[in-house]
Design a protein around this ligand. Structure first.
Ligand code: HSE
Length: 441
């Protein structure tokens, strides 16, 4: 056996504790497959005395994760704190500066500072591995970095946030209310400390930023991603989608277009009999369309202690085996700038839900506004009027509004947005129109 590999683990939350458990159960096995014994030499976390259900005897405690990272007893910093600034950033920078390998699950840090950190890792000749940063237990980073490295990727997309998928699935299956399901997801440890990261689409955007760079050989560019969350999805949308043959999923999608990379996060309609529609609960999936590989779909648990710990451990195995690859597949000096394709240019069909004042001519006016922008309608369904809505009578309009569901033929995002803005301006609707992209799979 070669020299043992000494880990410094910064962060002992859900994933950190999961990793300690994995190492306790499978440490010997990792030693056998890599030829190196794996040791935890030091740990760091915010609170020392807390009972985490893991044995820390004989392991040095560090109050400061950056001191742990730079300590001579450590070969690898395993950063599981999370967050794009402060302690995790300092710890990762300290480790790389001291020529230590880094394994991290920190998608926010990579989405913001990935290229700079990768450049430093390459200069220092050490690994910067982040399998756990995207889609939990699914080995998608390895797939893009290794198995698919010889392909030109045309599109990468998927369900990248377990919390949102859990919420949407429960709303679909049980008719549960959004807030109740969110509380459950938090209790189960799926949601981020601040759940707006999940439901606002930002967690998905962090992951998509990383996938986009790996897939297209471009610099990480979080600010170039168009982000929408699931807060506006109601049970009316879930029911209407079902009736139309769709499921609503929060997707992260990045594709090459003639004008650049279209990278977006948002609720999307997917056909209910497609494989992606069947991905429910906390499960994630990532689809990659490679020019030689064809279309691949990886499905698996996207969050939780054990799957995420499995991904972290796979990165540790690579380090123990001596595998050091450019973090973003393409060496940083050769990463191309990210050229954004504007979301207004997105081409596709749309689902629209309108709450229309129930009076003569309203539908004709709506269809007219769509026609003005060359938006052709595939179907129109009007549901029975709802009871009086707050504020409607006060505005002197009839005291009821009907739900109208439109499905468009293929159009551009610019056209549909302009049509909906005109409909709102005309005063024909009682609420902001709901608009959801219908995904071409
Ligand atoms: N909050 C994330 C999720 C955890 O729900 O998927 C994994 O990144």
């Amino acid at each position: 056996m070669k020299e043992p590999l000494s880990l410094g683990i910064a962060g002992l939350g859900t994933v950190g504790a999961g990793l300690m458990q994995l190492l306790a159960e499978h440490g010997r096995r990792i030693g056998e497959v890599t030829g190196r014994e794996i040791r935890v030499a030091g740990v760091s976390a915010r609170t020392r005395g807390k009972d985490r259900g893991i044995a820390l005897d004989g392991i040095r405690w560090f109050d400061d994760p950056a001191a742990l990272a730079a300590d001579p007893s450590i070969d690898v910093l395993v950063e599981l704190i999370g967050g794009d600034e402060g302690a995790p950033r300092r710890a990762v920078e300290a480790a790389l500066a001291a020529r230590k390998h880094v394994v991290t699950a920190n998608k926010a840090l990579l989405a913001k500072h990935g290229v700079r950190l990768a450049r430093l890792a390459e200069k220092q000749g050490v690994a910067l591995n982040f399998e756990a940063a995207v889609a939990g237990g699914i080995p998608v980073i390895k797939a893009l970095r290794e198995a698919l490295a010889a392909n030109e990727v045309r599109r990468v997309y998927g369900i990248l946030n377990g919390t949102c998928n859990y919420i949407l699935s429960k709303m679909q299956d049980e008719g549960s209310a959004f807030a109740d399901v969110l509380a459950e997801a938090q209790a189960k440890g799926y949601a981020e400390a601040d759940p707006t990261f999940d439901i606002g689409g930002f967690d998905t955007a962090h992951k998509l930023t990383i996938l986009t760079s790996l897939a297209f050989g471009t610099e990480v560019a979080f600010d170039e991603i168009h982000v929408e969350g699931i807060e506006s999805i109601t049970s009316a949308d879930i029911e209407a989608a079902d009736a139309l043959g769709y499921r609503i999923k929060l997707l992260g999608v990045a594709l090459r277009t003639g004008s650049g990379i279209e990278a977006r996060v948002g609720p999307a309609m997917v056909p209910k009999h497609s494989a992606i529609a069947e991905v429910s609960g906390v499960t994630n999936c990532v689809a990659v369309d490679g020019d030689f590989s064809g279309n691949l779909l990886l499905i698996g648990p996207g969050a939780g202690a054990r799957p995420t710990a499995s991904a972290v451990a796979s990165d540790i195995v690579d380090v123990a085996r001596g595998l050091v690859l450019p973090p973003f597949v393409t060496p940083t000096a050769k990463l191309a700038p990210h050229k954004r394709a504007k979301i207004d240019g997105h081409q596709g069909a749309y689902y629209v839900r309108l709450s229309v004042y129930d009076k003569p001519g309203a539908m004709a006016a709506i269809a007219g506004r769509m026609g003005d922008r060359e938006v052709s309608l595939e179907s129109i369904v009007q549901r029975r009027p709802r009871a009086a809505l707050p504020g409607i009578d006060a505005r002197g309009t009839p005291g009821s509004a009907a739900t109208v569901i439109l499905v468009t033929h293929e159009t551009t995002e610019d056209a549909i947005r302009q049509a909906l803005a005109a409909i709102e301006k005309d005063g024909k609707v009682a609420e902001r129109p709901q608009m959801i992209r219908i995904e071409r799979l």
